[in-house]
Design a protein around this ligand. Structure first.
Ligand SMILES: Nc1nc2c(ncn2[C@@H]2O[C@H](COP(=O)(O)OP(=O)(O)OP(=O)(O)O)[C@@H](O)[C@H]2O)c(=O)[nH]1
Ligand SMILES: [Zn+2]
Length: 388
């Protein structure tokens, strides 16, 4: 179920969307209120050594947290092992994990006996959770009803793709954009491995240029670069600037160059460690594993494996249409209020498509997401054709 968090850009289009949506499901609002689990007013007790922290890593029953100052600075080198207080673990929420990377939590220091684990990392109990301003979640692969929150309180979504090796999947880029639009967080799109373009046909290059232009026209920030062969590219500096003082979640398929890009902004190359290795709990690798990475240019990047292969849950045509920016002006203009924009008569979207105001490729992304016929991750028939 999509959760809408529009707290900015409450423009005409949004109000129109909201009106259409509410007309469809009047009872929804009340339910939302009842589901509330987090405490609205978090009392941050400074006494007794209680401290505010950010969840930097979630591991089965434990969460690793790092203290956060009043000004938002997170000490990612001072990692604590946190156990979630039982009342949260027993929450009725349909979520796989009780806390997520990025959560702002209140912690009470404890000794490791309470944490029930042998460790030399300082231990604490997570006693409270602040309301999230954004939430990146996917359908839990182990249970259709539950959602798996991958990260929370993120400001930006960095979508990395490569032109080739692996081949760019525009459908997957769109899927990430839907996620960002729903949460009202700023997406930044990066197309990496520009150097490999010279081996491609002019037709392929032209096609890529057109796609990039489409995103640019829609107002998205999109960069084309090669981390490996041109580390002095001004685009790299510009992206670093955009990440300053923000929490950015990193997304994109395996092998596109996410780590290569993030390493441009990090003081040291961080070594990957087996997530479940026993040694982890002994404390030796805490600073090298956390999913919450401090950048030397300022800001933080969340790099969590789950986002690499996430599935969007089902969305209604009304919700999904709002996530495609170019569909918004036509909202409410279709003959039927609940038009899916597939084959309905008097459909304003199909009309716009006909007139070339919406590209075929973006429309196919929409259709694929609505009808759930994308098959494997981000792979639309269009992407398959692209290869040939
Ligand atoms: N040709 C070329 N190769 C690149 C470029 N940037 C990264 N690579 C290579 O692509 C491969 C994957 O890069 P990573 O940074 O590990 O990619 P990733 O997205 O972090 O991959 P996962 O960790 O599997 O998700 C490595 O062999 C890099 O050297 C580039 O600009 N051009
Ligand atoms: Zn329509």
């Amino acid at each position: 179920m999509a959760r809408w968090k529009y707290n900015k850009n409450r423009d005409d289009e949004y109000f129109r969307y909201d009106k259409i949506r509410r007309g469809k499901d009047k009872r929804k609002k009340k339910q939302d209120g009842e589901e509330k689990f987090v405490l609205d007013e978090v009392q941050w007790k400074k006494e007794d050594g209680w401290f505010r922290a950010r969840v930097v890593e979630v591991q089965k029953r434990y969460a690793f947290v790092a203290p956060q100052d009043d000004d938002g600075t997170i000490d990612t080198k001072d990692v604590w092992l946190g156990t979630v207080a039982r009342k949260y673990l027993q929450s009725k929420r349909m979520e796989r994990n009780s806390v997520a990377v990025g959560d702002v939590v209140l912690c009470r220091p404890t000794d490791d006996r309470e944490a029930d684990i042998e460790t030399d990392i300082p231990c604490c109990v997570i006693v409270n959770l602040a309301p999230r301003h954004s939430e990146i979640s996917r359908r839990d692969p182990t249970s259709q009803e539950r959602s798996h929150v991958l990260a929370s309180n993120v400001d930006q979504l960095l979508v990395v793709a490569s032109y080739q090796s692996p081949l760019v999947k525009w459908g997957l880029v769109d899927r990430y954009l839907v996620l960002a639009e729903e949460q009202g967080i700023e997406p930044i799109i990066v197309l990496n491995k520009e150097d490999l373009l010279k081996e491609e046909s002019e037709e392929f290059r032209q096609r890529c240029r057109e796609e990039i232009e489409t995103y640019r026209r829609l107002g998205y920030r999109i960069f084309s670069l090669s981390v490996l062969t041109n580390s002095k590219d001004p685009a790299i500096t510009e992206i670093g600037e955009l990440m300053k003082d923000k929490v950015t979640i990193l997304s994109g398929h395996s092998g596109v160059g996410k780590s290569s890009l993030v390493n441009m902004y990090r003081p040291e190359i961080v070594q990957e460690v087996e997530p479940d290795a026993d040694i982890f709990y002994k404390g030796r690798h805490t600073t090298t594993y956390a999913s919450f990475i401090g950048l030397d240019t300022g800001g933080y990047v969340i790099d969590t494996p789950g986002i690499r292969s996430f599935l969007l849950g089902d969305r209604s045509s009304i919700d999904l249409s709002y996530s495609f920016r170019e569909f918004r002006p036509y909202m409410g203009a279709c003959k039927f209020r609940e038009c899916r924009h597939i084959d309905e008569p008097g459909c304003a979207i199909l009309d716009a498509l006909q007139k070339g105001e919406i590209t075929n490729r973006r429309y196919r992304s929409y259709k694929g997401l609505l009808l759930g016929d994308t098959g494997r991750e981000g792979r639309t028939r269009d992407d398959e054709l692209e290869k040939g």
